[in-house]
Design a protein around this ligand. Structure first.
Ligand SMILES: Nc1ncnc2c1ncn2[C@@H]1O[C@H](COP(=O)(O)OP(=O)(O)OP(=O)(O)O)[C@@H](O)[C@H]1O
Ligand SMILES: [Mg+2]
Length: 138
């Protein structure tokens, strides 16, 4: 992941629906501080909302770490979601448009990946899932 994480890192626990709203609000605030355009703010907030919901629904809860990043040329917002849930056995399948194991639309992960500039997913069955995303100001 390019850029250094800011000293402004904030952690939001994800244990219920209200926490998902708090993640959205926190990401919006940090995206504004990083001077993202309104469209890019909305993209990263939408991605974060989907990933926070997955953390809650499939991961059994977890947390989001939100910070600004700076690569020397641009500022951006970085969000890292982590849970200690069951993990994802087939990552390619999970990232396929329309695949859901839980009766959703199956567009959360794939959509989130398209909405951000950087997307890294690490998962281990039985151990949990971490998704890190960055959206840069342009
Ligand atoms: N944190 C996670 N832990 C375990 N499995 C996950 C996690 N996030 C996603 N998955 C798996 O990946 C699948 C695809 O996720 P995705 O967000 O794309 O779809 P969905 O949540 O099922 O539906 P939607 O997000 O469209 O409502 C999920 O159905 C689930 O099986
Ligand atoms: Mg989802």
């Amino acid at each position: 992941m390019t850029g250094s994480a800011g000293a402004d890192l904030q952690v939001q626990a994800i244990g219920n629906d209200e926490d998902v709203v708090r993640v959205r609000q926190l990401v919006r605030t940090v995206a504004v501080a990083a001077k993202l355009s309104l469209v890019d703010q909305t993209k990263v907030v939408t991605a974060a909302s989907e990933l926070a919901r997955n953390t809650l629904v499939y991961g059994g809860g977890g947390q989001a770490e939100v910070s600004t990043v700076d690569n020397g040329k641009r500022r951006g917002v970085r969000v890292v979601f982590s849970d200690s849930g069951p993990g994802i056995a087939d990552l390619d399948l999970a990232l396929t448009d329309g695949y859901t194991s839980g009766g959703g639309l199956g567009l959360g992960l794939s959509g989130a990946r398209r909405l951000v500039d950087e997307f890294e997913l690490e998962t281990a069955v039985g151990a949990g899932t971490t998704v890190a995303v960055v959206k840069w100001a342009r």
